[in-house]
Design a protein around this ligand. Sequence first.
Ligand code: F6R
Length: 607
Amino acid sequence: MCGISGAVLETGDVGPILYDSLKRLEYRGYDSVGEAAVVNGRIVVKKDVGKIDQVERQLRISDLPGNIGIGHTRWATHGAPSQENAHPHTDCKGTVAVVHNGIIENYMELKQELESKGHVLKSRTDTEIVAHLVEENLKRQFGFVDAVRQAAKRLTGAYALALICANEPDKIVCVRKESPLVIGVGISANYLASDISAFLPRTKNAMLLEDDEMAVLTCDRIRVMKVETGEEVTRKPFGVEWSVETATKGGFPHFMLKEINEQPLTVRNALRTQPIYLELMASAMNRAKRIFLLACGTSYHACLAASYAFANLAKVGVTPVIASEFIDAYGALIDSDTVVLTVSQSGETADTLTAVRGAKDRGATILGLTNVMGSTLTRLSDVYIGQNSGPEMGVAATKTFTAQYAVLIKIVVALARKRNTANPKDLQRLEDGFNHLPEWISTTLSTQDDNVRRIVQKNSDKGSFCFLGRGVSVATALEGRLKLLELSYLPAIAYPAGESKHGFISVVEEGYPVLFVAPKDEAYPKIIGNVMEMKARRAQVLSLVEGDDSQVASLSDETIQMPNGIPPPLTPIVFIVPLQLFAYRMAVTKGYDPDFPRNLAKSVTVH
Ligand code: F6R
């Protein structure tokens, strides 16, 4: 999740305007920053690795002259944070500059094609190929706008792109597909950005671009057109009522709620992981004698959930371990036949890194899954994957959990295919399920938030909650419990439902709230018995059930209705969403700030 911006002015310099807009977009990414402008008929680029103020001190990006320019603040996906990988990127001749937010899935094949035609690519990003594709089209006598349009037609994936060209120094061309892009309509000036907050101090009139549309911005005109046909589209601007703060949170009152609502997009982005990295990880795991999944907190819950799929689909036993216990519990078993797949959103968690170093010292192969490219985990890993969630501002992990788990299941599928261990029909069902995930999450958000809010209101005086699940839903229950306790400071409990009768059940008395995570998977028949056990003790039963489930629903005091037919390994990604909302709404109802729970840090860098 990077931030892009652009400005075309009748008079004046874009440098200070781009700098100001990038500061407002910094929350979308902050590992490197850059600007490009057309100055005296040439493209001038200033860019470097570092936070915006650091780069400003070094390069004075706010001094960039020229009345047309583009800017970028980066959250690395392809290629570590570095000067070469910072945007804007240019073509061979420096005639075209581009900034990009998103993921271009077919960049490897396009890169090979461009290199075979003699193009020299300087970065390791997926973005740079766009500048070179446009360069190719300019050679073929296309004008700038058509050169961009033809280039966009070759891209698959998600992208918001903005480009300038020295040959046509009066316009910015931008393109949108599945990544945010908004146009700001000014007076004798027009703007574009990843979100409205970037240009709000300059104009309160905005225009949206839809997927597969592009726009040509000059200082006095905005032309919107379809990428496929070039046909012009009539689009009216609208007035923006938001304050800058609300706009930064996408109109939501808290970052956490914004991030919960981003999940249809962030899960889709996670699923865009390049197959080559999945393949590398699957190969390493296939060779290993022992495999551990290592993490803390929410990331550990993603590992725990994934361990079920590793066993059931790839027929591989993996051991999920809490990082702080790893060396004490398993140090004696780690050797060069060991693979440690380490999951850390921040890539900087001290307990996780210590365990990784301990495993590395004993000769293990380290695989990393993280949201922060360039983090220590990426440097310690033999192979790593970036989960593409963009910065998570809320301290509680939400969108990064669902993205981590989505990537882990992709690794399972790659391993199962390699080992030929899964029924092809099951794998196909899972692949189809990947495509439906964004829609299942969206439906859950739109149909269940009010229901969750109502259930929270009714139960806001309860002193404790218990979350129960079976099979893969144990991890969902544990994660739902963690969200509730860290945000509402309630001593919540979570158990494998089958284990609840071995102790926990003595806590249950009339009205005690027990929340069941009950998808219709293989564990379903048994969970009905556990629900009955709780009912018999007059617990208040709250259940997450599939829409067509009348059995658990009829035994429950309250139900949260989930979409039908989610393939069992994917249920944690959708079933966790109402539990995130539950924790969020409970914290807000109690008057706590869900973005900054007490005593917690986003990245725990102490032991
Ligand atoms: C809970 C939460 C923490 C983190 C844990 C590990 O909402 O965010 O439990 O999951 O501190 O952090 P990472 O994944 O950065 O290693």
